[in-house]
Structures are given as C-alpha cells and as structure tokens.
Design a protein around this ligand. Structure first.
Ligand SMILES: C[S@@+](CC[C@H](N)C(=O)[O-])C[C@H]1O[C@@H](n2cnc3c(N)ncnc32)[C@H](O)[C@@H]1O
Length: 280
C-alpha cells in the first residue's frame, strides 16, 4: 500500500519523539514493510486504518508497538570480530588486573537486540576467563524493543542465525538443540539480566559499569541526541572503563572526553574507547 505524505510524516515524527530514530524522506518503504504486518496482527484492515487510530490516541499501547516495529534489529554473533578480540586480548585482562582485590566487574550491553551480542560476550568470558566464575559479575543487556528483549531472553536461534559468526566450538559447548533451532544453555543465559531501556531517557538502574557496548544504534540518531547519550554514558562508565562503539560510530566532535583506547602506545581498534588520560 502507498502511504500519504501526512501518514509518513506522522509516523516518522512519532518514532523520532519516542526513540530518537530518524526516518528520512525516501524511507516510506520501511514504514509500509514493517507496519503492514503489524496492522494485520493487530486486526486492522489496512495500514491506513492503524495510522488513523494512532492519530486519534497517540499515547495508547499501539504507540510502543509501532515504534518497536520500526526499530532495525540487525545483529549477529561476534559481529565485526575485532571488538571481541580487543575485549579478550586487552580489555578484560586489564580490568581483571585492576579489579583483582574487589573481584567485581560490571558490563552493560546497551542495544542488545535479539541477544547475539551479549551472548557472544558471555561465551567469550566463560571460555577464556574461568577465574571470573568466582567474581561478582553484573551483566545487564537492554534494548527499546520488547519483542527483541523477549527473543534475547529465550536465547533461541535458527540455523541461519547460528551460522552467522558463531564458531563451531561455541555452538557445541554453549547451545542445545531446541526442535530444529538452537538454544543458548542456561549457564550462559543466567549470566545476563535483560531489561527495557530507551537510550533517550535517563539511564536508571545501570549503576557504574566497567564496560559499555553501545554498538550500531547511534547511527540512527541525530548529532544532538548522540551528544546527550555520550554524556550519559560518561556518567555511568568508571573512569578507567571501556566503551565499545560500532564501526561507523564515533564520539569525535561530539564528546572529546572519549578517546580511542590504546595499550603500550598502540591504538586498540575495534571501536574501543576509553576516557582521556586513562590510556595505558
Ligand atoms: C542494529 S541493532 C544493533 C544490535 C547490536 N548492538 C549489534 O551491534 O549487533 C540496533 C538496536 O538498537 C535498538 N534501539 C533503537 N533505538 C533505541 C533506543 N532509543 N533505545 C534503546 N534501544 C534502541 C533497536 O531496538 C535494535 O535492537
């Protein structure tokens, strides 16, 4: 179905107001392809009927479902691989050394989508840092999308999803068959607490963390929103902690308190940042 100019601008303003996601002109196809199926599921005859209902009552439960459906949830296990190598070779060994006395580490994955990213980190920890089993490890994973959070909590993935980026040895060790799909074993699922968190809102309940992953989500936001999010990340990240961004994301010209993380004079790469003056 075709969207009128008014319908498209209504949906894009709503999505921007609720979750800061920018839908530029030309993205009408995204609205029809994502909200068409939602309209059907919700019992509307047409997408136009869903939008008309939403216009009458913008703040009802349909609002969240529409915004949820408009989020882009593309993800995969060990996405881009380098951040996970940096985490394994430098970031975790450094933090383990620094926190050896208190034996506490806090991680936050701030746009966890269907869970592949936090599970990749959890498996990496289990596989390579057995000593952390006796530490107090807090690992929070959040997302705007209730639908993605439900999928992530379940930890069930089809064959195509486990074929994307997951090393075979991890599939064998940390997954079990679930019909024709695969489910992440309870020992890994129980390492992560999933919660709803809209990055546009205050970061309540996150506490102070050692590592933040906020990858491949800032790309959807305008510079002012990104700047505000960097400010809030700065507020929760410990002064010697690390921030991981997606490959197309940078704090450059937005928040100069974050700099590319380095060790022994070498930049780590993998979208890894630390706070100015804290490089090793
Ligand atoms: C493209 S996925 C990235 C997933 C994962 N971090 C990765 O790099 O593979 C972007 C995620 O950001 C979430 N998202 C979008 N806007 C958000 C917001 N305002 N607050 C929290 N999460 C949001 C979406 O629901 C989606 O799951």
């Amino acid at each position: 179905m075709n969207l009128s100019v008014e319908e498209f601008s209504f949906v894009s303003e709503l999505v921007r107001a609720e979750a800061a996601i920018v839908l530029e002109q030309g993205k009408e196809y995204l609205v029809t392809s994502r909200l068409g199926p939602l309209a059907k599921r919700e019992g509307f005859e047409t997408l136009g009927a869903l939008i008309a209902t939403l216009r009458q009552n913008q703040f009802g439960p349909l609002r969240e479902k529409v915004v949820d459906a408009m989020t882009t949830n593309e993800t995969s296990f060990f996405r881009d691989i380098t951040p996970f190598e940096v985490l394994k070779k430098t970031v975790l060994p450094d933090l383990i050394e620094k926190r050896r006395a208190e034996k506490k580490l806090a991680l936050w994955c701030a746009a966890s989508s269907s869970g592949q990213e936090p599970y990749s980190v959890a498996m990496l920890i289990k596989e390579n840092f057995p000593e952390l089993a006796t530490w107090s490890l807090s690992f929070i994973a959040t997302d705007y999308s209730k639908e993605m959070l439900a999928q992530a909590k379940n930890g069930v993935y089809n064959q195509a999803a486990v074929n994307r980026g997951l090393p075979a040895k991890y599939l064998v060790r940390y997954f079990e068959k679930h019909g024709t799909d695969w489910q992440v074993k309870q020992e890994i699922r129980s390492m992560i607490q999933y919660r709803e968190l809209n990055l546009v809102k205050p970061f309540t309940g996150i506490g102070r963390v050692d590592i933040v992953f906020i990858r491949n989500v800032l790309i959807y936001f305008e510079p002012e929103i990104k700047r505000q999010i960097f400010g809030k990340v700065h507020g929760v990240l410990k002064s010697d902690g690390y921030l991981f961004l997606g490959g197309a994301e940078t704090p450059l010209n937005l928040d100069d308190r974050f700099v590319r993380a380095a060790a022994g004079g070498t930049v780590l790469g993998g979208g890894c940042y630390s706070l100015k003056g804290e490089q090793k």
